[in-house]
Design a protein around this ligand. Structure first.
Ligand code: AMP
Length: 453
């Protein structure tokens, strides 16, 4: 062997790790994710929602035109690249991994003319989103959202405050169904786009004389996007923010009536809420109702400072911003990663009401243990037959010692099936049920009904 080959084998190659801000979800975690998702599907469908799946990347201008150039998301957090043309017939294009899914959903609504039927569209999605944020607990660069949008022509009732209340009531039912009981719904109205424009102007005026006292990021926002200053979590800014004008004083009579109707419907459904006049949510497309569901911050909630588990609001002008027809709408996005962290923290603190199927996958029905390599093919054939009948089966190895087979079987399955020469010859199998420690001989024809229970 050459000496250079020796050198290669002596020095192991560096391993490749998941990219900063991304995570692997392993099989001991995915049952909880699946539970959270299947509960969402079950509950959303009771409200008439259907699933939409849009691409994970879109034309960059979709986000700059809807989310807004001046937002953190668009100005510094997007994963954007210049996609080269591969053929003369193609154009080079700036593409972006989606940082949220409302823009893509509304693009699809316009592209597929979903409004033309005249019916209200109720769409939900579950999928990964991408933002180049500073990773920390509860904040990732690839994260998952479960979201929904209600959108349609005004004649479909899409503007009705009842839609806002229904969405909020659905979210409260969903969180309750998961066993998350410590949520607070923070609610506000940012008014129509005209109300917002007047408020933005008033904020700009109020911020001008105190600008120098703000943190550098907010000094910039005070000019470019004054609403965003209200989102600041910085203590230095908080005291100054408290003295700024409130959006409630800038709402038109129409916006006020709409918001009051949302509150009345929530009261009728006994959904509790806290009015938060500072909750403006910085994205350009929001109008009227805005909301966030939070859980207590700190270690006990599992989220640290990232305690918003979902956010949303109305976006009555978004379709027009994207060149579409008038189509008022309202939607939300749940941070699935944060929902999971919250559930894990509740579980760790001993919350007794959480469903047990959240935490682990179900055990297999049976583990087949061939007693020598000669039985391996028969074991695989038996497994094939039982799986085809709908049972979940793992097959062991004839080289395993009996003790090892029992140990593995006990950790994976409810039964072990021993398959030796005798068993094959007599067409009977030895089956042990771990829960009762009962071991019996079972005729081949009886096997399925024995394993089912
Ligand atoms: P937003 O569109 O920013 O309001 O996001 C809606 C929800 O998604 C938030 O309330 C969070 O729960 C979640 N979320 C947003 N950004 C991240 C992130 N970088 N990592 C994990 N979850 C996030």
């Amino acid at each position: 062997m050459s000496s250079s080959a020796d050198k290669v084998s002596a020095k192991p190659r560096p391993t490749i790790k998941a990219v900063r801000g991304t995570r692997d979800l392993l099989p001991d975690q995915t049952p909880l994710w699946n539970h959270v998702e299947s509960t969402a599907r079950a509950i959303f469908s009771r409200y008439g929602f259907g699933e939409i799946r849009t691409p994970v990347f879109e034309d960059t201008s979709l986000f700059s035109r809807s989310v807004g150039e001046e937002t953190d998301i668009v100005s510094k957090e997007m994963f954007t690249w210049e996609d080269r043309a591969r053929a003369a017939s193609e154009k080079a294009q700036s593409l972006t991994l989606r940082p949220e899914s409302t823009a893509g959903t509304v693009r699809a609504y316009i592209e597929h003319k979903l409004g033309e039927s005249g019916a209200l569209q109720k769409l939900y999605y579950i999928g990964p989103q991408f933002r180049r944020e500073r990773p920390q607990r509860g904040r990732y660069r690839q994260f998952w959202q479960i979201g929904a949008e209600v959108i349609g022509p005004p004649s479909s009732g899409s503007e009705s405050p009842l839609r806002d209340a229904e969405i909020l009531e659905m979210l409260s039912s969903y969180l309750d169904a998961l066993g998350i009981t410590n949520w607070t719904l923070q609610l506000n109205s940012v008014g129509s786009s005209e109300d917002r424009a007047r408020y933005n102007a008033a904020l700009r005026d109020a911020l001008a004389p105190i600008k120098d006292k703000l943190t550098p990021d907010n000094q910039r926002r005070a000019e470019t996007n004054p609403l965003r200053v209200l989102d600041s979590k910085d203590d230095q800014d908080q005291a100054l923010i408290a003295a700024l004008p409130k959006i409630a004083d800038f709402l038109s009579a129409e916006s006020r009536v709409h918001f009051d109707a949302v509150l009345a419907a929530l009261d009728a459904c006994s959904v509790p809420y806290t009015l938060n006049p500072r909750l403006v949510r910085g994205l350009d497309y929001y109008t009227r109702t805005t909301f966030e569901f939070t859980v207590p911050s700190g270690d006990a909630s599992g989220l640290g400072t990232q305690n918003a588990i979902l956010g949303g609001g109305r976006y009555d002008g978004l379709s027009e911003m994207l060149g579409g027809p008038r189509a008022p709408g309202i939607g939300f996005a749940i941070g699935e990663d944060r929902l999971i962290l919250t559930l894990q923290a509740l579980h760790a603190s001993g919350a007794p009401h959480l469903a047990s199927e959240m935490w682990a996958g179900k055990k297999l029905d049976a583990y087949i243990a061939p007693l020598s390599p000669a039985q391996n093919p028969v074991a695989l054939a038996l497994a094939r037959e039982l799986r085809a009948a709908g049972l979940s089966i793992e097959v062991g190895e004839g080289t395993f010692k009996l003790r090892k087979s029992f140990d593995i079987a006990d950790s994976l399955a409810r039964h072990i099936i021993l398959l030796g020469e005798d068993e094959v010859a007599t067409n009977t199998l030895t089956v042990k049920t771990f829960a009762t420690a009962e071991q019996t001989k079972v005729a081949r024809a009886e096997l399925f009904s024995k394993l089912r229970h």
